[in-house]
Design a protein around this ligand. Structure first.
Ligand code: ADP
Length: 596
């Protein structure tokens, strides 16, 4: 969603950038053109200034030189060869001094009398210049100025002419000065501009490109050609028109025209008139580098936009990927949390089930124990009760008959039965014993011997022989003397039950000690404990004996007593037959022996 929107934006920006480029191109071209025009105008001003100062340097010279008295003397006596020769020398010297092209003296007919170039083959002497406007202007008393291609020399030049007056102020002749323009033109060539200077008829007579010389920027009409022919400005030069297409862009004047090699080119065109000389000066600037400069700007802008867009694209991609990853992480996290919650719920359910099952089992166990207890108790009590009732009935009859001794005997039987029931009740009280009676320090040997005394009658009745094997200096243990003795009696009477009626009726009672414990082991030669019931013989009311022979409480009580002593009661079968019951007791470290 976010990604899509960002990409859309980038596409929109890219499209905008593409649409923007032509605008950038227009602005850049406009700027470059304006810049070019400014440069061209600066060049134009410099060019015009240079030309103007060059011309002004010579402007006043003919008038000054015309003051010379010798000139009037020559004009007054043109046939005097010596005067002419002296004049020729003076003119040559002065010409060199003022660095002009030619300096010469013309009479009123227009014929040259003396000239600085008198010694050259193409000397002006004898030439008639009456057709030249500078001559006629000076002859009429004005200051002649003119640009032309020399008819004799074929060299371009600018002509200044001044009238020569006598004392009366009459014009007697003309002093003319020609200056060349080649040096100025050569100075322009080093520049990257094109410079054109045209005469009033629009004909190019000075240019950085020789190909444009003597060609018309204006149409060469018949009148123009006629005017040019009269003054012989370009002597016999072949005048042709230049193909010119003027135009304008963004307020800049342009001009398309073929260069010297005939290739059409576009130029920024600036021009200004030089009214003194009657010229128009033009500075042209090729637009190819200007367009190139504008294209460079467009290219730079395009490059910048591309880089910016690419950067934006990369950033957008990165942001999108990050968002994706975060979303994935969040989803994974949510998933995990959901799974954990599910598992927890499952576990809680399983735990609840387990607790219920355990409670059910405990309940079932309790009910089973209760059932077994009810059966045992009802038998143990019903039997003596029924017997006691019989004895009581017979005692009644015997008393009626007066047989008191036998009646007393019966009453003795009844008392014995009641004692037995009392014993059963005592047993039951032991089951409900108080477990937290304080523990004391007990001597094993004493406990064993007391137990043997109590169990002796049962052992003798079963025909069992007990062998004692007590280690010397047995340490005292933790427990209660009476309860420990009760455990030993229980185990011994069970052993007596096990060996009764068997061939080998030996019972072996040993006591050994380790670092922390004292172990009393009672081994018989009976049938041993079957593996299937080994873990149940310590349960209350569990018995394999006939109904009436055992309550199934002895081992259960004994086991609990041993646990109260922080000891243990374990059963195992001896490899050579018979069961071994081990009483494990904790050694007492300190404290005096105590009686319970
Ligand atoms: P009871 O002696 O009243 O049956 P006990 O708790 O003392 O109750 O004994 C439980 C059962 O353990 C006995 O019924 C008997 O099966 C088994 N048992 C106890 N001592 C021995 C023994 N020395 N040899 C074989 N089995 C024994």
């Amino acid at each position: 969603m976010v990604k899509g929107r960002l990409q859309l934006w980038i596409w929109v920006l890219a499209a905008a950038a593409v649409l923007l480029l032509p605008v950038v191109d227009r602005i850049a071209t406009g700027n470059a053109m304006a810049d070019g025009q400014e440069r061209a105008e600066t060049t134009l001003r410099q060019t015009v200034n240079a030309l103007d100062s060059y011309l002004r340097r010579y402007e006043a010279l003919p008038t000054l030189l015309a003051q010379d008295e010798d000139i009037l003397a020559v004009l007054a006596d043109p046939g005097n060869k010596a005067r002419i020769a002296a004049m020729n020398r003076w003119l040559a010297e002065t010409n060199t001094l003022i660095e002009a092209s030619d300096l010469y003296l013309i009479d009123l007919d227009g014929t040259t009398l003396a000239a600085s170039n008198h010694d050259r083959t193409d000397s002006f002497i004898g030439q008639n210049f009456s057709y030249r406007p500078y001559f006629s202007r000076a002859r009429d008393g004005g200051l002649g100025r003119y640009f032309a291609l020399g008819t004799t020399s074929g060299v371009r030049g600018y002509y200044f002419a001044s009238p020569i007056r006598d004392e009366a102020g009459m014009v007697r002749g003309v002093l003319a000065l020609k200056i060349g323009v080649n040096a100025i033109e050569a100075g322009w060539r080093a520049r990257d501009y094109r410079i054109l200077v045209t005469d009033p008829e629009g004909v190019v007579f000075m240019s950085t490109d020789a190909g444009w010389l003597y060609r018309g920027l204006l149409p060469l009409t018949a009148e123009r050609r006629e005017r040019l022919a009269q003054t012989r400005r370009y002597a016999d030069a072949d005048l042709t028109e230049l193909q010119v297409t003027p135009s304008a862009t963004a307020g800049v004047n342009l001009m398309r025209l073929a260069d010297g090699t005939g290739v059409m080119r576009e130029y920024i065109a600036t021009e200004t008139p030089m009214p003194h000389a009657g010229w128009t000066v033009r500075v042209l600037l090729d637009t190819v580098p200007i367009h190139a400069q504008a294209r460079l700007v467009v290219l730079a802008v395009a490059l910048f936009l591309t880089v910016a867009l690419l950067l934006a694209w990369v950033l957008a991609q990165r942001r999108a990927r990050l968002a994706e990853r975060l979303a994935l992480q969040a989803a994974a996290q949510a998933n995990l949390e959901r799974e954990v919650a599910q598992r927890t719920a499952d576990l809680t359910q399983a735990n609840d089930d387990l607790h219920r099952m355990q409670a059910d089992l405990v309940q079932a166990g309790k009910l089973a124990a209760l059932g077994r207890m009810s059966a045992a108790l009802s038998h143990e009590i019903n039997q003596p009760l029924a017997a006691a009732r019989n004895y009581a009935d017979s005692a009644g009859l015997l008393i009626d008959r007066g047989d008191l001794p036998r009646a007393k005997e019966n009453i003795g039987q009844i008392i014995a039965l009641i004692d037995r029931m009392a014993a059963i009740a005592r047993h039951l009280r032991n089951v409900a014993r108080k477990p937290n009676e304080p523990l004391k320090v007990v001597d094993i040997a004493t406990a064993v011997r007391d137990a043997l005394v109590i169990a002796q009658a049962r052992l003798t009745a079963a025909g069992a022989e007990v062998a004692l094997d007590l280690a010397g200096n047995l340490p005292p243990v933790i427990g209660g003397p009476v309860r420990l003795q009760q455990v030993i009696v229980n185990v011994l009477t069970n052993a007596a039950d096990a060996v009764e009626g068997r061939a080998d009726r030996r019972i072996h009672l040993s006591a050994t000690c380790t670092d922390h414990e004292v172990i009393v082991a009672i081994r018989d030669r009976g049938p041993g404990v079957a593996p299937g019931i080994a873990d149940r013989i310590f349960d209350p009311f569990f018995t394999t004996k006939q109904v009436g022979s055992g309550l199934g409480l002895g081992l259960s009580i004994s086991y609990n007593i041993m646990k109260d002593f922080e000891g243990d009661l374990r059963v195992a079968n001896h490899p050579q037959g018979g069961a071994i019951f081990s009483l494990i007791l904790r050694r007492a470290t300190t404290g005096a022996l105590a009686a319970e």
